[in-house]
Design a protein around this ligand. Sequence first.
Ligand code: SF4
Length: 423
Amino acid sequence: MTEALFQFIWQYSLYKVTDLTTSAGEPLTVIQAGKINKDAGPDFLEARIKIGNTILVGNIELHIRTSDWLRHGHQNDAAYHNLILHVVYEHDMENVVANTPVLVLKDNIPLHVLAHYADLMTAKDKLPCAGQHQKVRSITKEGWMSRLLAERWEQKLSHWNVMLENSAEDWRNLLYWRMAANFGFKTNAAPFLLLARSIPLNVLGRHRENLHQIEALLFGQAGMLNASFMDQYPETLQDEYNYLRKKYKLSPIPVHLWKFLRMRPANFPTVRIAQFAMLIHQSEHLFSQILETHSVKEIEPLLDVTASEYWHTHFRFDEAQAQTAPKSLGKSSVQNIIINTIAPIQFLFASRQGVDNLREQSLNLLEAVPAEKNNITETWSRNDWVPANAAQSQALIQLYNNYCTARRCLECTVGLNIIRSAN
Ligand code: SF4
């Protein structure tokens, strides 16, 4: 027995609730277990119980053993005075808390509760509850996924809120930074964000109509033009960058930050930077377009970008390929950007403006995108929990990364349903 499991058992009434008596033999009924308290003070607040004919309302403290009260030093803490009940798993000491009845639960907890919990905590499977999802109703899973998605966005957007405040509430800047980070995808998100932060958006805006200058600024600031080249294209970028760099007093980021290893060439940061340059070149009023657009069909053309001609035959400078292949962003990359940048930024904007229907639209947008395919969603799918869309795949990624790997099964709706199931 652990304190966390004991609190869980109390919170969800996973013990035999009939015929309870206090350690002094008085009949006891739990009317309300109380609200769990994660802060200092008693474990459950505003509980309601009946002892004999008297109804008591107040706080309850739980311990594995009665003597833990003294071990935790509660006798010296005024926050623990005036409890209505001391609930213990084992009663190992009499008269510990003055004037407070004791309820002992050891013999009231069904063995299956302890067994299911032990199974979850000791399972070797990547997903400790594998094979048990049939114990959870579909509607329960759907409600839990909605809460997980909200939690994921809350974590992500609190960071974006700070970025927004640091940029004097400039939404175009936030979109520019987040879009850049997204173009780096998982591996190069950090250097891409640094790159965007090293070039003020208004500098790019001034040169938006000249693709060559946008490329020079981006490749130059990425630290990728600080070399000798054989091809004419990077040489002309270099000349352009040297001029613009002086003009705007820019400093490039270190080139060693970019990662090429173990990547498909189509995802090389060189290709992504060229595509990002094209996006800036092609987009006027991108932020307002993105805010006003709520269907995947309308968003896809906004992100339909192909790197400039040199990249049809290159993945890196000076390394020509025999085959010509235009380097477009690709459908799955566009979907990734909708999931990770566009839907969340629409949601954040709607939340800050207090516009409920826009918030709803950003969630609908996510539901219109197919579920992501990665190791995590494949693990769920193998276990008969197949995400129906990107809103659900995002929720399952949150569940896996934040709950399953840390075995937070006691805080998970799936865990609750498995632990309390009788079979
Ligand atoms: S946290 Fe929930 S979903 Fe994850 S292993 Fe535990 S019970 Fe299963």
